[in-house]
Design a protein around this ligand. Sequence first.
Ligand code: SF4
Length: 394
Amino acid sequence: MTLNAILNPVLEGHDLSEADGILLLTQTDPVAIATIQQAADELRRQLVGDAVTYVVNRNINYTNICEQHCSFCAFRRDEGQDGAYWLDGATILDKATEAVQQGATEICMQGGLNPEAKVNGRSLDFYQRLIRTIKSEFPDLHLHAFSPQEVQFIAREDGLSYADVIVALQGSGVDSLPGTAAEVLDDAVRQVLCPEKINTATWLEIVETAHQLGMPTTSTMLSGHIETPVQQMQHLGLLRSLQQRAVARGDRGITEFIVLPFVGQEAPKPLRRRVGRDQPVRQDALLLMAVARLFLGRWVVNHQPSWVKLGLDGATEALSWGCNDIGGTLMEEHITSMAGAQGGTCMTVADLRAAIESIGRSPQQRDTLYQSLEPSFTTASDASRSTADSVMLI
Ligand code: SF4
């Protein structure tokens, strides 16, 4: 089968099969790869136009003390170990205040899994206090917080259901969940990467529960380590099915997809040795982003590269491989920079806008849910809604 026989139907609105996705991911001929890139870029243009969005946000990692030992993680510490920390409420509020003063519309908050982190003997109360610390001062700030792994941790510690935890977090002020801890949604890969984390079925169950409760999520893939193209496509297939079910129910579901290429420089040695390199292979990440754009099609229309993992130049290049969003300012990124990433820990709005303009595209500020924060602009969210509408009409 020729590449055009695979790519043309996708450009006409048909879904790519996982088998054809594997075929695309395993191309090595530069002409074939350029053809895939062009198709991904064209589909991006069809679905969301030429503007490139960004969000002004701040990361807050409230603790790095974690009971787990993921084989890629250079961030975690044991209680009492050098560099272990918990942020107190005043520090968290200072960080949020500084972010708001710099124009942030979002706080992204995630942290380690610390069984000691309890208020009144309950984990949920600890997490709710974190939320209230920010929301009591800044009720309109979007709180994008707590991965599916953190939801499971709270549920386990307090003997609650996932729905109980999500409803309580939502009631306290969490507006959306990061789709992190997905790594690769394949249990054989997870056994090597994160054997103590939730398995594939539980990740999917928690994210789907969030969608059903009206809580949007993002979605991610940690790529470029031990996983195969078959496992990458299986991961994308699970995400697409999850989003198809969300659309069928009328839920917002997944707002964006982010490829997170593995950075091994400071990762624990066994996985680093097994992978055999410290920094991501940019061309592999770009091809995966292009295939993800083609495969997720009209179901997940916003695609973001990681400037932290790839550097701002790599993220800018990804905007020609199917991506339409350059991510956030972050203001302080620790998890990947501690793993040895060379992309930096923060970006100014001027940095992001200049990168977008350097390739002749127009920068547009958005909020977390892809609503435009600039006048006269059709957002990817608007495009996504009209796409979802047309899906419902078919
Ligand atoms: S990735 Fe998260 S859960 Fe895994 S060890 Fe690091 S902080 Fe803990």
